[in-house]
Design a protein around this ligand. Structure first.
Ligand code: PMP
Ligand code: GLU
Length: 396
């Protein structure tokens, strides 16, 4: 038989998804394992949102909608963007898809020709690199390490640009690092993007999860010139605990939104009509649950960071948003733990899972070695147990 598409054959499974599945399988087999791999809120979807979904079913909102979403949902998106981020968008500039992951795919589909380069600050969320390749683009990873607070600088961005560069992906606050770009840092990056005529794919799905009273600034708010080249990606998964509902959205120039909508009309069609109704309720209804979940995450972050930094051999810097901590294990490289030589983060992740019974994500899949990612989107009880297991694992 002829070979299948080489682009498809080279797609790697998502490390975060693969590890989460492994953890769930171990648990189902009765192993007392703790999972910190998936970045998925442990809270239930708030009741008023669930009931909006139920109402949509009862009221027969169970038919096709326009491919890029209902006007009601698009208006709710515009309202939230205005209230939270000071951004003016019209419904014609909004494209609703089956999750923010799908938004990234559609955004890249619309922007990228085969061979176009996309600058990707590393460590990056594992799906970005694969998605760029899936559309025929070339990911150009630029390391922004712990010494730079895991943040890309304008100089590094500038140095990575070639005549083939089409876009940059920004993720603020970041998965996996939890770091937040300040207004000044974003302004410097945006200036380079404008000067080199680059598109900015800005994934801001964690914007409501920011700690220590820090200000969140959307890159699209830095002026019209920046806004018109930005494809702003957001969704309801993280802030409203709606990961399974699969609803995300892009805000961009209307002509780009139109092309994205054409793509959707031939692929997924509209995102689930019931999820659209629930998401509209999430975005336009009371926002108190967002704040109570944010406070819970902040408390968990404080505890996890303090525990990790008190355990010899590992360390972390304090993240400012999202729900991830990057644990630095560089001191342990070359040492033997529980009979296993630790050559890299993968070795650590493997032996920590087998012997320590804790599942965390090695950051090799995120374009950087020497770190593992903990998600603190899990109960405080689990976090306490996880930290106790780490301490015990490293002291034996
Ligand atoms: N972007 C980032 C940075 C994420 O961490 C996630 C979580 N999977 C997504 C996008 C996708 O979210 P969704 O569930 O809306 O597809
Ligand atoms: N964004 C989450 C994570 O990084 C969910 C898993 C995924 O979609 O990759 O763990």
């Amino acid at each position: 038989m002829k070979p299948i598409s080489s682009i498809a054959a080279n797609v790697q499974a998502s490390t975060t998804m693969a590890l989460d599945s492994l953890y769930k399988e171990m648990k189902a087999n009765g192993v007392d394992v703790l999972g910190f791999a998936a970045g998925e809120p442990d809270f239930p979807t708030p009741d008023h949102i669930k009931y909006a979904g139920i109402d949509a079913i009862v009221n027969n909102q169970t038919t096709y909608t326009p491919p890029s979403g209902t006007v009601t949902l698009k208006k709710a998106v515009c309202k939230r963007m205005k209230e939270d981020l000071g951004l003016d968008y019209t419904p014609a500039q909004i494209v609703c898809t089956s999750g923010a992951k799908h938004c990234v795919y559609i955004a890249l589909r619309v922007l990228i020709n085969p061979g176009d380069e996309v600058v990707l600050p590393a460590p990056y969320w594992v799906s970005y690199a694969e998605l760029i390749r899936m559309v025929g683009g070339v990911p150009v990873s630029v390391v922004a390490g712990e010494a730079e607070d895991f943040k890309l600088t304008a100089q590094r961005l500038e140095a990575a640009i070639t005549p083939k560069t089409k876009a940059i992906i920004l993720n603020n606050p970041s998965n996996p690092t939890g770091m937040l770009y300040s207004r000044e840092e974003l302004t410097a990056l945006a200036e380079v993007a404008v000067r080199h005529d680059l598109y900015i794919v800005s994934d801001e799905i964690y914007y409501q999860l920011v700690y220590d009273g820090n200000e969140f600034v959307s890159v699209a708010s830095l002026g019209e010139e920046v806004k018109k080249r930005t494809l702003l990606i957001n969704g309801v998964s993280k802030s409203y605990a709606m990961t399974g509902w699969r609803l995300g959205f892009i805000a961009c120039e209307a002509n780009i939104a139109k092309v994205a909508s054409n793509y959707l009309s031939h692929s997924t069609g509209n995102p689930c009509s019931i999820s659209q109704a629930a998401a509209a309720a999430a975005l336009s209804g009371p926002q108190e649950t967002v704040e109570s979940m944010r406070r819970a995450f902040e408390e968990r972050r404080n505890y996890m960071v303090q525990r990790i930094n008190a355990i010899p051999g590992v360390s972390c810097i304090q993240p400012e948003g999202a729900f991830y901590v990057m644990m630095n294990i560089s001191e342990l490289i070359g040492k033997t733990l529980h009979g296993t030589l630790i050559r890299n983060a993968d070795d650590f992740g493997d032996v920590f899972l087998r012997e320590g019974l804790v599942c965390i994500v090695p950051c090799t899949g995120f374009g950087i070695d020497g770190f593992l990612r903990w998600s603190y989107a899990t109960s405080m009880e689990n976090i306490v147990k996880g930290m106790d297991r780490l301490e015990k694992f490293l002291s034996e």
